[in-house]
Ligand binder design. Structure first.
Ligand code: KG4
Ligand code: ZN
Length: 339
């Protein structure tokens, strides 16, 4: 037996089926099956996601165990995503996790997906050094946008969140208007590199304190494009890079203004970022500018731990295992799950 527990993590909250193995903060394997089936629909189709999870879960978990170089009997506990997420997707992961824990007669650990994104910072190779408590985390993905004050591993407070669309959704919906493929975030990021971010101005929403709103921005972009295309049918093609740069700047400005305001109000000087949108190069530039200013320390984890993954679920599983925080086979998946 290993002197440290070995935890198998399972993640299936949205459209990625993932499994990972962790021992002593070190990821031994991190396997993800992305579902391409949604691309042609311009967004995740819940029924298709659930079906694809059912097809993927067994091979993905087997591969994670194989790549980790362990046998099933060495696993100390199974950690799985209980929520938030799509119910049909969550159920596939939770049923599988429960069956496996029961067959292997080992504990089951439930994980909040949003805690997973944040605590991914504590995976050994996620950062040069992990953040120290307390820190602020900006979690930005296709489904979530939150500013969280993290006082300890399991002591977190949501300071603000989106009241409508998520930041990733704002990128994806803007991309759709421009005729780009889904998900558009990475495409906008790439095109923006050669565009002028000051060319087009979009008004930023007025939302109280640390909350966000992105649906107004989407409508503003839509109306603007419709008006311009009426006058010049080639407007999008002729201005694509500038449009991408301007839209990206607007979204990143909104995110940065809020996280800096939260840092000023709380006096917390450590800022971490999590979720798929943290791959965005403009956010990364702004965070490193903040760090260079000398007033803040910023934490951007390795890319594979920012998008949906099971390494972060296994990490939380390990932290809960160390604290004897176990789950019951009877616990139910939840589509909404606050921190
Ligand atoms: O965390 P994630 O992989 O999945 C969840 O939504 O949970 O995040 C995916 C989101 C998509 O909306 C995608 O467009 C966005 O992250 N995204 C980006 C970039 N890479 C991914 N947005 C802006 N710039 C990027 N480089
Ligand atoms: Zn996520």
């Amino acid at each position: 037996m290993s002197e440290f527990p070995i935890i198998l993590g399972i993640e299936s909250s949205c459209d990625d089926t993932a499994s990972a193995v962790i021992r002593n903060n070190k990821i031994l394997s991190n396997v993800i099956a992305n579902q391409k089936v949604h691309q042609s629909y311009g967004g995740v189709v819940p029924e298709l996601a659930s079906r694809a999870h059912q097809q993927n879960i067994v091979p993905v978990v087997n591969e994670a165990i194989k790549q980790a170089g362990i046998s099933k009997n060495e696993i100390s506990a199974i950690a799985y995503t209980r929520g938030p997420g799509l119910m049909g997707s969550l159920l596939v992961g939770s049923s599988f996790a429960k069956s496996l824990s029961s067959a292997l007669e080992i504990p089951l650990i439930e994980v909040n997906h949003m805690q997973g994104h944040i605590l991914a910072h504590f995976i050994e190779d996620a950062n040069e050094n992990p953040p120290e408590f307390p820190f602020l985390c900006l979690t930005v993905s296709g489904g979530h946008t939150q500013i969280v004050q993290v006082n300890d591993f399991f002591e977190m407070k949501v300071l603000g969140e989106t009241i409508d669309d998520a930041a990733g959704e704002a990128f994806d919906k803007a991309g759709k208007i421009l005729g780009l493929d889904y998900p558009s975030g990475p495409i906008i990021d790439k095109l923006a590199k050669e565009g002028n971010p000051e060319k087009f101005k979009f008004t930023k929403p007025k939302v109280d304190e640390f909350n966000f709103s992105f649906s107004g921005l989407k409508t503003a972009i839509l109306y603007f494009i419709q008006k311009e295309v009426k006058e010049n049918p080639n407007f999008i093609e002729e201005n694509l890079k500038d449009l991408c740069a301007s839209i990206q700047k607007t979204i990143v400005d909104i995110l940065m203004e809020k996280i800096i305001a939260a840092a000023e109000k709380t006096g917390i000087k450590q800022i971490a970022i999590a979720g798929g949108v943290s791959a965005n190069s403009e956010i990364r530039n702004r965070l490193s500018e903040l760090e260079i200013s000398g007033n803040y320390k910023t934490f951007v984890p390795k890319f594979e731990y920012t998008t949906d993954n099971a390494a972060m679920i296994a990490m939380v599983g390990q932290l809960k295992f160390e604290r004897n925080l176990f789950d019951e086979l009877t616990s139910k998946s939840v589509s909404k799950y606050s921190l």
